[in-house]
Every structure is written in structure tokens, then in C-alpha cells.
Design a protein around this ligand. Structure first.
Ligand code: NDP
Length: 461
């Protein structure tokens, strides 16, 4: 049986593009379809534009801090349209690079929605025709979810629309307590928007180390972000151009804009998965084995569409593992251990390895090393923002199980620390490393005394 392609990829985001380019470079005939813009969530409506917005909003804090350093910045003003235009120009540039890289690698790109017709056939909606492939890779990504059971839910935007608002709202209510909710609340607050965060639980970022989450609460409040915790929306209404949000705790909020950030779902609806026999699970995620194979022998899936670890570098590595295994005769299994993570809140969070709770639940007897301090830069500026660093160390082996930092440049620190922690670094090796002075990062090698464990245990057990 001969097919049009050795590999056909559905979805040209970070994972799909990397897998397709590599497979093509290894000699496969590869086609890829993208219904939106090449680059996917990360480049077009996720990590990259979000980081530009984070940078933009951080300037306001820098202006505030500059006085004691001798600066008079006078009246400052911010122009939302300038930011959006320049962000879009940069996204266009990256989108172009992605397309060029696909072309250079010899991958045939279709700007079309693609739907599975059967195990080897993909229908290209935009072209009105079918193509066949020996192997099919689904990397269709995810999409923001909104709670449609809430009356007026359609009055709220998602992160997709937040990147293209005509105007910066004067006030906003953000729903959610995860990555996107926290990051966007900080972005809007930094840009001067009166911001309220509504979260259904008592603690934001509930899967992060509890000390980090607690510190985040304090820092958000310092930044003037209002928190409505342990409550959810019951209704959104539009009254005289404003959005009125009713909450289960009885409070009513009035704002110019409402944003849903209550999770993302795999983008599998209407993909023809049932026609090809591809099984899905929770939230419509495609079920795969450790080799990214779906329930169908020749169909594979990587990235957010599998709802495994929804991070760009993970999708890229899954794409590499897939291409190496199938087109370079180098069986490669994705390693999900010690994936460093960051939340670009203000201050940001960087984390790798086990939280204190995870370590204790896994049966580790742990030493906790913690430092909560005022970074040097803030001691002059008067900014009350503090920094917290925490090491979770296995008592028996001295192995560092996890590292959690909230504060200035913590994602940059964690990326480097992750190398050592992934490879089993001991606490004694931290101690044996000379500090770099003056820096905030030096604290991590000067943590000498474990904090009062019984207190930590009592507090969180
Ligand atoms: P998250 O899973 O991080 O957070 C979703 C939030 O919505 C949680 O706080 C959740 O509550 C809450 N929620 C879920 N359902 C409801 C509901 N019915 N009513 C009210 N609240 C609800 O999802 P995000 O959308 O923020 O981000 C999606 C994924 O994208 C992340 O998990 C991450 O993998 C990735 N991402 C990574 C970033 C980064 O690396 N910096 C940035 C942005 C996204 P609860 O906590 O109680 O479950």
C-alpha cells in the first residue's frame, strides 16, 4: 500500500512543527496542516505574547522603584495600542520563521483545517480533498474552556481575546487560580487596571508548594490585586456597558471586562477521532502510551491534545522523541521527571521537583531549608516585595528533591538549578559551591539550618 505521505501532522504548534521538521530531515515525506497560524498556542496566543505583556507591565513597578535611586520619571503614560501592535509585529516575525523552517526542512504546509477520515486518511477542509499517510501525528493543541453553565458566560473573554482587546479596560475580573489567571491578573494590575481575581479554592496555584502559594497571596495583595477566594461566578450581566458579576459568596463585582482563565481543554472536538478509532479520555484528551501511540497503531499524539504536561518544551521534546523513534531508528522515550516550571506572575515563580507535601506523601523524611528575605534592590527602593527560596531535601540521602523560588528572576535561576537537581545533586554539594555576591541567587548555597520541622509538619499535616 502506498500513501501520499510517510507522515502527516495535524497542527503546526511547537510539538507538531518540531516532529515534522525532524522527520523530514531524516528523509520522510511529510505534510502538515494548520487551520490557524503556524506557531500554535505558544507563539501566537500563549507564552510569547504573554511574556511581552509581562515585560510591559513590569515597567510600572520599575518606575515606582526608581525614585530612591535618584530618578524622577515625572508623569508616565501607557499606550495599549502601541504594545499590541509591536507584539503583533514580533509574532508575525516568529510565525514567518516557523513557516520558513518548515519549508527549509522540506515539509509541505497546508493552511487548512484537517479532519481524520479513517486510519490513514486526512481530509483537508480548506482544499476540499483527502490525503493519505502511513503515520499520522495529532498535535492539535488545546483551547481555553469557559463554564457555559453560568448565565452570561459569553460576556467573558479568554486569554485568546485578551491579546487583541481594542482598549485596555479600566477594571477587570479574572476567574481562575492557575497559571493563566495569576499571570494575567498581574499583567493587568501592572498596566494600571483595577483587578480582581476570583478563585474557587482558598489558595491560588494549589499544586505548587504551599509556602510559594502563601507568599504569592501576600505579593498580589501588595500589588493591589483584590482576591475573592472560595467562590465562583453565578452570573454575568451587561448593564450600561459595564459587566456585573455575581458570586456564590453573595458579593457583586462591577468591571469593564471579565476574563475566564479556568483551564484549557484538548482541541479534539470535530477532529474525526471516532471515525479513525482514536480513543479519548478525560476532557476529550487523546489517550497515548509512553511512545505517544494512540489506540490506533499508526496514529500518534503529542502536546496539549494529550493533556499530559501542557508546556511548550514538553511538546517539543515529545515531538523529538516521536521523530527519533520512527524516522531515525533511535527509540526515544520522553522523560517527564524534573520538568522545571515557571509562573510569570509578579514576582515570578520558578519550581522544579517535589513540593514539600509531595515529598512527605511519597514517604520521604525531609529537611526543609527556607529563606524569606528582602532582595537588595528593594531595600533601597522601599518596595515591600520579598523573595522566598525553599529546598526540600531527603534526610536519609541528602538528595535535593525539590527547589521552589518566588521572586525576581526565579525562572532564570530554576532553569539552571534544574540541571543539578535532575541529576541527583546533594545538599552538601550546594554547600560546597561558592556564593556569587551580591546576588539574590547566592541564598540558595547559603541555606545552612533546616527550618523548624515540627512547625512545618504541624502546619501542613
Ligand atoms: P490551570 O489548570 O493552571 O488552572 C485552571 C484554574 O481554573 C484552576 O485554578 C482551577 O481550579 C480553576 N477552575 C477549573 N474549573 C473551574 C470552574 N468550573 N470554576 C471555577 N474555577 C475553575 O489552567 P490555565 O488555563 O491557567 O492554564 C492551562 C495550562 O497551560 C496550565 O496548566 C499550564 O500547563 C499551561 N500554562 C503554562 C504557563 C507557563 O508555563 N508559565 C502559562 C500559562 C499556561 P482548581 O485549582 O481548584 O482546580
Amino acid at each position: 500500500m502506498s500513501y501520499d505521505y510517510d507522515l502527516f501532522t495535524i497542527g503546526a504548534g511547537s510539538g507538531g512543527v518540531r516532529a515534522s521538521r525532524l522527520a523530514s530531515q531524516y528523509g520522510a515525506k511529510v505534510g502538515i496542516a494548520e487551520e490557524s497560524r503556524v506557531g500554535g498556542t505558544c507563539v501566537i496566543r500563549g507564552c510569547v505574547p504573554k511574556k511581552f505583556f509581562v515585560y510591559a507591565s513590569e515597567f510600572s513597578h520599575a518606575f515606582e522603584d526608581s525614585g530612591p535611586y535618584g530618578w524622577s520619571v515625572g508623569d508616565v503614560s501607557f499606550d495599549w495600542k502601541t504594545l499590541v501592535e509591536n507584539k503583533d509585529k514580533n509574532i508575525d516575525r516568529l510565525n514567518g520563521i516557523y513557516i520558513t523552517n518548515l519549508e527549509k526542512a522540506g515539509v509541505e504546509l497546508f493552511h487548512s483545517r484537517a479532519i481524520l477520515k479513517d486510519q490513514h486518511t486526512v481530509h483537508l477542509v480548506g482544499e476540499g480533498r483527502d490525503v493519505t499517510a502511513e503515520k499520522i501525528l495529532i498535535s492539535a493543541g488545546g483551547t481555553p474552556w469557559t463554564d457555559e453553565s453560568i448565565e452570561g458566560h459569553e460576556l467573558g473573554i479568554t486569554s485568546n481575546e485578551a491579546f487583541h482587546l481594542e482598549e485596555l479596560p479600566g477594571s477587570i475580573v479574572v476567574a481562575g487560580g492557575g497559571y493563566i489567571a495569576v499571570e494575567f491578573a498581574c499583567i493587568f494590575a501592572g498596566l494600571g487596571v483595577d483587578t480582581t481575581l476570583v478563585y474557587r479554592g482558598p489558595t491560588l496555584l494549589k499544586n505548587f508548594d504551599h509556602d510559594i502559594s502563601e507568599q504569592l497571596h501576600k505579593e498580589l495583595e501588595h500589588k493591589g490585586i483584590k482576591l475573592e477566594l472560595s467562590t465562583i461566578f453565578t452570573k454575568i450581566e451587561k448593564v450600561d456597558g459595564k459587566k456585573h458579576v455575581s458570586l456564590t459568596n453573595g458579593n457583586k463585582l462591577v468591571a469593564d471586562q471579565v476574563m475566564w482563565a479556568v483551564g484549557r481543554r484538548p482541541k479534539t472536538v470535530g477532529l474525526g477521532l471516532e471515525k479513525a478509532g482514536v480513543a479519548t479520555g478525560h476532557n476529550g484528551a487523546i489517550i497515548t502510551d509512553d511512545h505517544h501511540k494512540t489506540s490506533v497503531e499508526n496514529i500518534y499524539a503529542i502536546g496539549d491534545v494529550t493533556d499530559r504536561v501542557n508546556l511548550t518544551p514538553v511538546a517539543i521534546r515529545e515531538g523529538i522523541a516521536f521523530a527519533e523513534s520512527h524516522f531515525n531508528a533511535k527509540p526515544t522515550v520522553m522523560d517527564y521527571d524534573f520538568i522545571p516550571k515557571a509562573v510569570f506572575s509578579q514576582p515570578p515563580i520558578g519550581t522544579v521537583g517535589m513540593t514539600e507535601r509531595e515529598a512527605r506523601d511519597a514517604g520521604h523524611n525531609v529537611h526543609i531549608y527556607r529563606s524569606d528575605f528582602m532582595p537588595m534592590k528593594n531595600s533601597l527602593s522601599g518596595n515591600p516585595e520579598r523573595m522566598l527560596m525553599k529546598l526540600v531535601v531527603d534526610k536519609a540521602t541528602d538528595t535535593v528533591l525539590g527547589c521552589h523560588i518566588i521572586g525576581f528572576e526565579s525562572p532564570e535561576m530554576i532553569q539552571c538549578l534544574a540541571i543539578a537537581i535532575k541529576h541527583g545533586v546533594k545538599k552538601a554539594e550546594f554547600d560546597a559551591t561558592c556564593a556569587l555576591h551580591p546576588s539574590a541567587a547566592e541564598e540558595i548555597v547559603t541555606l545552612k539550618v533546616p527550618s523548624n520541622e515540627s512547625m512545618v509538619g504541624k502546619k501542613h499535616d
